[in-house]
Design a protein around this ligand. Structure first.
Ligand SMILES: Cc1ncc(C[n+]2csc(CCOP(=O)(O)OP(=O)(O)O)c2C)c(N)n1
Ligand SMILES: [Mg+2]
Length: 607
């Protein structure tokens, strides 16, 4: 056997650089790195040696570097990903939240934190946690519940098994998620005679699992006998590349489609069968169809609470759920009739079986919804502070064909889901974890995946304050996108939720939080200090001008606008289960609890 003598870190980098996609690109495009104790000497030196073939990028915070990587993978529809390496201890633990983002959203992310010495000779090393009862625990064990595959590289030859397993998980449509290879720092630097064949380039094909014949037959019968079916399109449609198959299937059989947060932009917003967003932040058109449906066909959806109105939405007493999902975990949920399959393959098979069967048209609903959303997006006619919906209206009017609007937490996800008219592929929402601080780094990751896109990051003052430092990275790397900050001086959406559950205005808006000095944050000065181009606008007309001026820029453009923290789009939507206190001295809470108990009766948890 021919061997090649390398350090374990060198072997890992060499192996990563020859793992390819079916399109002939590296599956891991490159690696985000903040060096420190536990990765600078071993992995750092190996990355330097490979810097012309395997790029390394330097960020400002491990969590947000990982957010960039996650957004990149989502924008690549999971066909490519990025890696993140950190020092031991705090550097590593900064990534745990981002691992949760990738885990909840089923997105590939390769996490390579440095780990303590495998030989334990210098213990306790700087930043080592010492577990009194378990000698095998290190800080990196925190990654276990938020990794789809976890391994500790404590011998150089572990790479021979660990790396292929990690890639199997990241490229598997059902198991996809973050993987963590905690790399002991002494091992990174140790030499080993690796088989040369280990470094033969490999193409990772993404499987398309086909349906079991019996499951398919049952699904066909269920659809054929349905009177009012609806398709709930989730993120799985997009990851399967089933957008065209869905459009063809819906059109051929005249079955209405509604979209979840992850599934939004599966169909063009103005496709004749697109009844709009579903659920808590859904359109009246979509939710009406779902309320009446006797067969709810989940297509690549996890059926999270925002989609199902916490299981109060599907009201037809005869309704059944058919869940088509590549992951059996999802297709079996809630006693659904399960069709475990790739979405595209399933649609093609179902289409063949249904032949020319068509369902009657449902007139009127979509036009009513289009009018409702146009009204809330219209420019203001008074001098009052603009609403977030009017800001969205301005962004919509200045959007290009190539615009991808993105966000993650706050007012924006709900409002964008409801009222943003997304052409196919024009919507990117991290709503599996809804992680504040994903936005700016995420916008950078999307732009790296889709350099021709006009990426617009929409976020509140709260999310901006939580994590913004990758703006400086984007400036440094010449990755340009537009950031629209809606400054309502606090956690507006949570303040409204607090009020909606009977709570007193408390600890959300800055003015209603403990303070000695009133908070005044100058967002334009802050963003400009990091090198971005930043402007403050006061009217919707000025916002539209600033958005136009931002197009085609070479560095991030930040536009700040003060908005009213109170209004939200009233139309559409449905109930969301948020536990309201059963004991309170406040009348508002007791009233909210009584209302809550009524609503709980609407929940139907199984098929
Ligand atoms: C990391 C993280 N912490 C807390 C939350 C809970 N949370 C969701 S939205 C929100 C407030 C967002 O405020 P802002 O970004 O200003 O948006 P606004 O609703 O005011 O428009 C909070 C605290 C979260 N989603 N993520
Ligand atoms: Mg805010």
């Amino acid at each position: 056997m021919n061997t090649i003598r390398l350090t374990a870190a060198q072997a890992m980098v060499r192996w990563l650089s020859v793992q390819m996609t079916e399109d002939g690109e590296r599956f891991i495009e490159g690696i985000w790195a903040i060096f420190g104790h536990g990765n600078v000497a071993g992995i750092g030196e190996a990355l330097h040696g490979a810097k012309d073939t395997f790029p390394t990028w330097r960020g400002h915070n491990e969590q947000t570097m990982a957010h960039a990587a996650i957004a990149y993978a989502k924008a690549q529809k999971r066909r490519r990903a990025m890696a993140v390496t950190t020092s031991i201890g705090p550097g590593a633990l900064n990534v745990v939240t981002a691992a949760g983002v990738a885990f909840a959203n089923r997105l590939p992310l390769l996490i390579i934190p440095g780990d303590v010495f495998a030989n334990r000779a210098p213990d306790p090393v700087l930043q080592q946690l010492e577990d009194f009862n378990d000698g095998t625990i290190s800080a990196n064990d925190c990654f276990r519940p938020v990794s789809r595959y976890f391994d500790r590289i404590s011998r150089p030859e572990h790479l021979l098994t660990a790396l292929p397993r990690a890639f199997r998980v990241m490229t598997d449509p059902a198991d996809c998620g973050p993987v963590c290879l905690a790399f002991c720092q002494d091992v990174q630097a140790e030499a080993f005679d690796y088989p040369e064949s280990f470094f033969t380039p490999k193409v990772w094909k993404i499987r398309r699992p086909e349906a079991d014949a019996d499951e398919l037959a049952e699904a066909i019968t269920a659809i054929q006998s349905a009177k009012s079916p609806v398709i709930v399109a989730g993120g799985g449609v997009i990851y399967s590349g089933a957008e065209a198959a869905l459009a063809a299937f819906a059109t051929a059989h005249n079955i209405p489609v509604v979209e979840t947060q992850a599934g939004k932009s599966s169909l063009d917003f103005d496709h004749a069968l697109n009844f709009g967003p579903v659920g808590v932040t859904g359109a009246a058109s979509a939710n009406t169809v779902c309320e009446n449906a006797d067969l709810v066909i989940g297509l690549g959806t996890r059926f999270q609470d925002f989609t199902t109105g916490s299981w109060s939405l599907f009201k037809n007493p005869n309704r059944r759920i058919l869940s088509i999902n590549v992951a059996a975990y999802d297709s079996y949920k809630h006693g659904a009739l399960n069709l475990t399959s790739d979405a595209k393959i399933a649609l093609q098979a179902l289409g063949r079986a249904l032949g020319s069967q068509k369902w009657p048209a449902i007139p009127g609903l979509q036009a009513d919804w289009a009018a409702a959303t146009a009204a809330v997006k219209a420019a203001p006619t008074t001098n009052a502070l603009p609403t977030d919906m009017q800001v969205i209206g301005a962004v919509q009017r200045r959007a290009l064909k190539s615009t991808v609007v993105m966000s993650a937490a706050g007012t924006m996800p709900g409002e964008l889901h409801k009222i943003w008219d997304a052409p196919s592929g024009g919507y990117h929402m991290e709503y599996g974890f809804s992680c504040m601080g994903y936005e700016i780094a995420g916008a950078m990751g999307i732009k790296m995946a889709r350099p021709d896109a006009d990426v617009i990051c929409m976020l509140g003052d709260g999310s901006y304050m939580m994590a913004n430092s990758e703006l400086a990275t984007a400036v440094m790397m010449g990755v340009a996108f537009t950031v629209v900050i809606t400054d309502n001086r606090g956690y507006g959406c949570i303040n409204r939720l607090q009020k909606g559950t009977g709570g007193a205005g408390f600890n959300n808006l800055l003015d209603q939080s403990y303070h000695v000095n009133p908070s005044h944050i100058d967002f334009t000065a802050h963003a400009a200090a990091m090198g971005a181009h930043a402007v403050k606008v006061t009217t919707i007309a000025e916002l539209e001008d600033a958005l136009t001026a931002a197009k085609g820029a070479k560095i991030p453009q930040v536009i700040v606008i003060d908005t009213d923290p109170w209004p939200g789009t009233e139309a559409g939507g449905t109930w969301w289960d948020v536990g309201v206190p059963a004991v309170s001295t406040r009348t508002e809470v007791n009233d909210a609890r009584a209302h809550y108990e009524q609503k709980l009766k609407l929940q139907r948890l199984v098929n």
